[in-house]
Design a protein around this ligand. Structure first.
Ligand SMILES: Nc1ncnc2c1ncn2[C@@H]1O[C@H](COP(=O)(O)OP(=O)(O)O)[C@@H](O)[C@H]1O
Ligand code: SF4
Ligand SMILES: [Mg+2]
Length: 343
């Protein structure tokens, strides 16, 4: 049992493939309460989407091997039937994807899709459901919602489509909302508008919100907590304030350095992390980040031989690194922070 609204414990999601076992999620634990926002951040291929699909129960019946526990409002979902979790989707939990076109049907109007989603869980007439759909479209900032309700998805701009998908996800009043790269496909201005909208809605609906992104900047202002993922594991986890002001993991330092900045070209990254994330079939031994880490040589060989534990450094702030707390704090204060500030 658990007292948290969402409590993920030692979640593992592995895919057997012809090339070997893909360890997409490898022992992930986190908690989230109603009305709070968790940002899950990591480069492409770190296991973020597989995690979110796992919470929604969308690996059930597939080839994935899922273990661990997912407690949602007192119910355990890893062991629950596919049918039971399917009923919770849309009613208790909903998801917003990067690409609305992939989750909206091209042949039905936006309104028809919101109406259908709503009527699955609410015994109301079409007329009442339509009124509700128009209200929701207005609520997410779509102009003339009473007319746009009859538009098809391709008649919307990217930003409007994303708003419509948010309306669809929220129309059933979910208690847990997972947004997977909700703004990645949008330009910077629209991105900011959608993030503002999500913040407002989050406050009004009091849902628990998970925002998944490769860009720390996206979750900076929205998140209460941040979990940084690398190669299927959490490498740093804590209050957003701790992650931004006192980050202790070399990978998080890298993400901070490579955040796009408003005063520069979006494509221009400040200090990109060298190399690329590992294949999740052949994860490097020891610390999975060691081939890319400038500090691996300072741990007396541990970085290449032993998997570091995710350990508390201070007050709920967890770090997975063999450097001592003193080493990490010194590097941050003397090498990384001054560099970021002057860059
Ligand atoms: N159905 C699947 N079968 C095999 N491997 C998968 C499957 N789904 C995802 N993966 C692998 O799991 C890893 C993590 O993927 P994903 O969660 O999509 O990453 P992210 O969302 O962080 O970019 C990737 O290496 C991906 O290739
Ligand atoms: S354990 Fe070693 S390789 Fe991994 S982040 Fe820490 S210093 Fe770098
Ligand atoms: Mg993804």
């Amino acid at each position: 049992m658990t007292e948290h609204f969402l409590d993920v414990k030692d979640l593992k999601i592995h895919f057997p493939t012809d090339d070997g076992l893909v360890r997409s999620v490898d022992g992930l634990s986190f908690q989230l309460e109603r009305g709070k926002t968790l940002g899950i951040v990591g480069e492409s291929g770190s296991g973020k989407s597989v995690t979110s699909l796992g919470i929604l129960g969308l690996h059930k019946g597939g080839r994935a091997r899922v273990s661990g526990e997912i407690w949602l409002d007192g119910e355990e979902l890893v062991g629950a039937s596919a049918e039971h979790v399917r009923r919770l989707r849309g009613k208790k939990m909903a998801m917003i994807f990067q690409d609305p076109l992939s989750s909206m049907h091209p042949y039905y109007t936006v309104g028809a899709q919101i109406i259908e989603a709503y009527r699955i869980h609410h015994k109301v007439t079409k007329k009442v459901a339509r009124k509700h759909a128009i209200e929701m479209l207005g609520r997410v900032g779509i102009p003339q919602p009473d007319r746009r309700v009859d538009s098809y998805p391709h008649e919307f701009s990217g930003g409007m489509r994303q708003r419509a998908m948010i309306a669809m996800a929220l129309s059933c009043d979910p208690e847990l909302l997972i947004a997977d790269e909700p703004t990645t496909a949008l330009d910077v201005t629209v991105q900011a508008q959608i993030l503002d909208l999500m913040r407002d809605l989050q406050r009004d609906f009091n849902a628990a919100l998970i925002i998944i992104t490769h860009d720390l900047g996206v979750v900076a202002e929205l998140s209460d907590d941040i979990l940084v993922m690398y190669a299927g594991k959490a490498i740093e986890y804590g209050a957003a304030e701790d992650i931004f002001e006192r980050p202790e993991h070399p990978y998080t330092w890298g993400l901070l350095g490579s955040m796009p900045r408003l005063d520069r070209e979006p494509t221009e990254r400040l200090l990109p992390i060298k190399g690329s994330p590992p294949s999740l079939i052949n994860v490097p031994p020891g610390c999975a980040f060691h081939p890319r880490c400038a500090y691996a040589g300072r741990t007396g060989g541990l970085s290449t031989t032993a998997v570091p534990e995710l350990a508390e450094t201070e007050g709920g702030h967890l770090v997975r690194c063999h450097l001592s707390r003193e080493q990490r704090r010194e590097v941050w204060a003397t090498e990384i922070k001054p560099n970021l500030e002057s860059a």
